[in-house]
Design a protein around this ligand. Structure first.
Ligand code: PGA
Length: 255
């Protein structure tokens, strides 16, 4: 049943460190699939930086292009880094920050993630702020406290429904084929929603909260139907247009 007060869903693909120029064929195909069959959600692909220009130049009207990370500064002596301003030049409106792979591989703290989210927001982009517990934290019964403290510490004070999206991604579900039960997802998303409403009032009710971690066409309907799940952040199943469209089309039944 459609919740008329819920924000419009977003199904976002995170290509991670995958994709060469030939992958633009998947964006063209995805654009055609949405064009022919429709989509009841917004559709976003975040490729590696090297493909942003190529994919943005395709002008695929049904597939927005975003980025997977940005630096906390707008410019300067930061070899190998990319700023939000550089990303915005290609028309990207969404920038993922704080993905668990960046928190793990690059030692990014909540403070760093917050600074990156602020940098993205300062350029007019929406920051997709990722949070999620490890398997040890879940087994210790700490999932709720870990995730809510990450949300509190990673989200800038001037967050709004327009400039902020949260992605709950249990670390143990990413790329593993394991997914939490619908009940566990419902619990965490309700806790995140409560944090957002307490801090941001009515706007907190409208901030999208995505679920991520082994989402595929076969489980999308169940996961996306959970209360306070306003879309998906998808890794592996976003690389091929047919797989990704299978997730997008779950919204045909959800409404
Ligand atoms: P996965 O990745 O869909 O391959 O599990 C999700 C993510 O890391 O965003």
């Amino acid at each position: 049943m459609t919740d008329m007060t819920a924000p419009k869903a977003l199904v976002a693909g995170n290509w991670k460190m995958n994709g060469l120029k030939a992958a633009s064929a998947e964006i063209s195909k995805l654009n055609d699939l949405v064009n022919e069959n429709g989509a009841k959600c917004d559709v976003l692909i975040c490729p590696p930086y090297t493909l942003i220009g190529t994919l943005a130049d395709l002008g695929a009207e049904n597939v927005a292009i975003g980025a997977q990370d940005c630096h906390m500064n707008i410019s300067g002596a930061h070899t190998g880094d990319i700023s939000a301003e550089m990303i915005r030049e290609f028309g990207c409106e969404h920038i993922i920050v704080g993905h668990s792979e960046r928190r793990a591989d690059h030692g990014e703290s909540n403070e760093t993630v917050k600074a990156k989210a602020s940098a993205a927001q300062a350029t007019g982009a929406t920051a997709i702020i990722c949070v999620g517990e490890t398997i040890d934290e879940r087994e210790a019964g700490d999932a709720v406290s870990v995730v809510t403290s990450q949300v509190k510490a990673s989200i800038p004070d001037d967050a709004t429904a327009d400039n902020t999206t949260i992605a709950y991604e249990p670390v143990w579900a990413i790329g593993t084929g394991k997914v939490p039960t619908a009940g566990d997802v419902e619990e965490i998303h309700a806790e995140i929603r409560a944090v957002l409403e307490t801090r941001f009032g009515a706007d907190g009710a409208k901030i999208r909260i995505l679920y991520g971690g082994s989402v595929k066409a076969s489980n999308a309907n169940e996961l996306m139907s959970v209360p306070n799940v306003n879309g998906a952040l998808v890794g592996g199943a976003s690389l091929k247009a047919d797989d990704f469209y299978g997730i997008i089309s779950a919204y045909d039944e959800i409404g």
